[in-house]
Design a protein. Structure first.
Length: 312
């Protein structure tokens, strides 16, 4: 009897301990973190993207109109006109400027000849039934000549209506792309140009894309600086920081040359100059020594002058 009582007590104790140690059922934890929504572009950001289209430039800190014109191979006076600027010295950061002629977008497009299309309003009458001596497996594109050919008897070189010879319509030939033609014309024009060194002296710095946009020629103060090729003076002044007294000569629609750090400028804007004509005196304006910094730019991009200048 005692053993049964002890066994019963032990059973109650185990049941009690089991109930105390059992944890209540809990719902599983699920990570429902929602990723942050993608922020749509603001109107100003959208406008900024639109500004990057060809022919437009967004003014950055430190820009001047003359420097922008030089970078795009344009006359700064043209930029004044294209952008209706009252004061060429008053441009602001983030201002959008047109740096190519307003009609350049149209001229850069590809133009083709007219395409012959079927009449839009009247449906051409069905061709008369023609007895065929042999099957034709070919299909011809619609044109007046093709239609006339289908309307005449097999093997006949005459038309059924007037008995005369059928003259096929002239083939439509696509005109060459205007941009390619203009590029070829510019290239031919550039090839005709004759170049010479703009000054005597030792070359102390050569062209290095990204570091030096031209060549530096050492010399004496007052030494002659001459036009490296025939052209028209596009700029004469000191409006570009880092260039001092600067002369820019335009030689063709795609080529111009720049002469920097002069002591004195002896030509004026709009003046035509010949190859070898004196345009300035060498100096050290905005430079640490007397020298001529000379650049050649093609389509506004600095190129190695050694490609154009004769060997010394």
């Amino acid at each position: 009897m005692t053993n049964k009582s002890n066994l019963l007590a032990l059973s109650f104790a185990l049941a009690f301990l089991s109930a105390c140690s059992t944890t209540p059922n809990q719902a599983p934890v699920v990570d429902r973190t929602v990723p942050p929504p993608v922020k749509p572009a603001t109107p100003s950001e959208t406008a900024q993207i639109a500004r990057d289209e060809r022919g437009l430039y967004t003014v950055k800190k430190g820009d001047t109109l003359i420097r922008i014109a030089l970078e795009y191979g344009q006359n700064y006076r043209d930029l004044v006109t294209w952008n209706n600027l009252a004061n060429p010295n008053d441009i602001k950061v983030d201002q959008v400027l047109r740096v190519l002629p307003p009609d350049s977008a149209a001229s850069n497009g590809v133009q083709t000849g007219a395409i012959v299309m079927p009449p839009a309003e009247k449906t051409p009458p069905p061709p008369p039934v023609v007895k065929k001596t042999e099957p034709k497996g070919e299909k011809k594109a619609y044109s007046e000549s093709a239609l006339a050919e289908l309307q005449r008897p097999e093997g006949s070189g005459k038309s059924e209506g007037n008995g005369g010879s059928i003259k096929p319509s002239p083939a439509v030939v696509a005109a060459p792309p205007v941009a390619a033609a203009a590029s070829a014309a510019a290239s031919a024009e550039d090839e005709k140009l004759s170049w010479m060194w703009p000054s005597d002296g030792r070359v102390i710095a050569t062209f290095d894309e990204g570091k030096n946009k031209g060549v530096d020629i050492a010399g004496k103060a007052g030494q002659q600086v001459v036009a490296a090729g025939a052209g028209k003076v596009m700029y004469a002044g000191s409006g570009i920081r880092g260039y001092g007294n600067l002369v820019i000569v335009k030689h063709s629609n795609s080529l111009l040359s720049a002469y920097a750090h002069n002591r004195t400028i002896v030509v004026k804007e709009g003046q035509s100059v010949t190859k070898g004509q004196m345009i300035a005196e060498m100096g050290d304006s905005d430079a640490d020594s007397v020298k001529l910094h000379f650049e050649i730019r093609q389509q506004g991009k600095p190129v190695d002058p050694s490609r154009f200048l004769p060997n010394r």
